[in-house]
Design a protein around this ligand. Structure first.
Ligand code: SAM
Length: 294
């Protein structure tokens, strides 16, 4: 790494750190953390534990999601003054459901060189061990905490034909699984917990089985990635058939709404009358909405 005298801007390194097992840090990450002038941390105390473990003495400063704008300006000055900066988050890859986006964006706008130092990230580890298709996936970050918002969000994702990947808090996993069964139907899924740590567990099965299992374990702990297989095309033989079904469904839903049913009940009743599963009905409505907005 080139050390500057101040006439050239420094480089911003985005450094991935372990998600549990400290052996997962790469030799390149360790070298960069040792050689930069400053390490910008989400939480300096958390990162200090990692640095102490590897005997790294580099100066740390903090950046926070809540004052990331000011932090970005401060880090920008350091970089423009020729300092090389490594950015880390508490665990895994910065910017992946973690702060850092503003800092990187501001650096790019100022013409600073940005270099990724790849390494662990929980959703990739979970995906590759889940047994679910990995050729196409949709990483959706954290699910909303409130039930209504969570269900609405799942409805928005119902038509996606790629494995859905979420981060979820342990005290909400049972509720998330049960909402997922209702909204998406009984798809194949996996719950990856405490990856790379002593109590690592990857539970695989359909959503109903997993919902039952996690509703029984009252105090699920640890960090969790939830994976759900994508929507399948098999329920409908052709595009024409799908469009006909969705037109019939939408007509019937509108009629029931005019008769006074709220939209959720109307959809449920219309789906039942037309012999559709609720998840299929959701998918048809979402697909129709998407076609209209195109
Ligand atoms: N930047 C991190 C990454 O690259 O994965 C993610 C940070 S996000 C604030 C923290 C969430 O990631 C946790 O709530 C959990 O959903 C997931 N996560 C992090 N470490 C994990 C692990 N060891 N096992 C399972 N999930 C993990």
């Amino acid at each position: 790494m080139r050390h500057n005298t101040g006439d050239m801007p420094g480089t911003l390194y985005i450094v991935a750190t372990p998600i549990g097992n400290l052996e997962d840090i790469t030799p390149r990450a360790l070298r960069v953390l040792r050689e930069v002038e400053v390490i910008a941390c989400e939480d300096t105390r958390r990162t200090r534990v990692l640095l102490n473990h590897f005997g790294i003495k580099t100066r740390t400063i903090s950046y926070h999601e809540h004052n990331e704008r000011e932090s970005a300006a401060g880090l920008g000055k350091l970089l423009e003054g020729g300092k090389n900066v490594a950015m880390v988050s508490d665990a895994g890859t910065p910017l992946i459901s973690d702060p850092g986006f503003r800092v990187v964006n501001a650096a790019i706008e100022s013409g600073i060189t940005v270099v990724p130092i790849p390494g662990p990230t929980a959703f990739v580890a979970a995906l590759v061990a889940s047994g679910l298709p990995s050729d196409q996936f949709f990483f959706a970050g954290f699910l909303p905490a409130r039930a209504n918002a969570r269900r609405a969000h799942l409805e928005d994702l119902a038509a996606i034909q790629a494995t859905l990947v979420f981060y979820e808090a342990p005290h909400r996993i049972a509720a998330a699984l049960s909402d997922a069964v209702d909204v998406l139907g009984n798809r194949e899924a996996a719950v990856a917990r405490e990856l790379t740590k002593i109590h690592e567990e990857i539970a695989r099965g359909n959503l109903r089985e997993l919902a039952k299992r996690f509703s029984q374990s009252t105090a699920t702990r640890g960090e969790i990635v939830l994976l759900i297989s994508g929507a399948s095309e098999s329920a409908f033989e052709s595009t024409g058939e799908r469009e006909l079904s969705s037109m019939r469904l939408i007509d019937r839903v509108r009629q029931l709404e005019r008769d006074g049913l709220d939209s959720k009940l109307a959809l449920k009743k219309a789906a039942r009358e037309l012999g559709l599963k609720r998840a299929e009905a959701y998918r048809l409505i979402v697909a129709q909405k998407n076609r209209r907005s195109r």
